[in-house]
Design a protein around this ligand. Structure first.
Ligand SMILES: [Fe+2]
Ligand SMILES: [Fe+2]
Length: 188
């Protein structure tokens, strides 16, 4: 299924935010995510495996993001970005297949830029929020991450274990990345 998400709508929201430089950066971000989908598709092809046309987690992720404004959509997107940091790191360092490790390393290099890109935008958008709304947003954000980590553990736990990362270690690693992001977005 890859990462071919819902880029057009995100680009619309970015355009409506009225900052052409930001809108262009979002267009490039979406293009990078499409490139990840292409690389992953080719990787599966090289392994003789088929891509799938849909998965409930993707459908849920896209539907949730459609309901939201730009800021909330970026918060949901950030969950995927921090999971990607842990996941591609595990594949890059833990699989013996050189092609898979190479693809994971390339994707990881992009994801390492995506996280600060969304983080900086989110930080700006929370600057004028009250302390209470930042506390509430942080709590909701963390509970969403917990749900996402549970789903990823169920759905990809075996693959992660084969890459040498237990479910617990994976959750701990991703929570560590996320903690840094939340602190930088929500702290004045
Ligand atoms: Fe990606
Ligand atoms: Fe990304």
């Amino acid at each position: 299924m890859g990462e071919d998400g819902d880029g057009a709508r995100l680009m619309d929201k970015a355009r409506q935010a009225g900052d052409p430089v930001y809108a262009e950066a979002v267009r490039l971000f979406v293009a990078e995510e499409c490139e990840h989908a292409r690389l992953l598709g080719r990787l599966l092809e090289a392994a003789g495996a088929a891509t799938i046309s849909g998965h409930w987690t993707d459908a849920a992720f896209v539907r949730l993001r459609r309901l939201l404004g730009l800021r909330t959509e970026l918060m949901v997107l950030m969950l995927a970005e921090v999971v990607a940091l842990g996941y591609y790191r595990a594949v890059r360092d833990g699989v013996r297949d050189l092609l898979a490790a190479e693809v994971a390393g390339r994707i990881l290099a992009d994801e390492l830029r995506h996280v600060p890109f969304h983080r900086d935008r989110l930080r700006r958008s929370f600057l004028r929020s009250s302390r209470l709304s930042r506390v509430i947003a942080s709590a909701l954000w963390w509970s969403l991450l917990a749900g996402v980590l549970a789903v990823v553990s169920l759905d990809h736990g075996d693959a992660l274990c084969r890459a040498g990362v237990s479910r617990t270690a994976f959750a701990r690693e991703v929570a560590g990345y996320f903690r840094g992001v939340v602190a930088e977005v929500m702290t004045r």
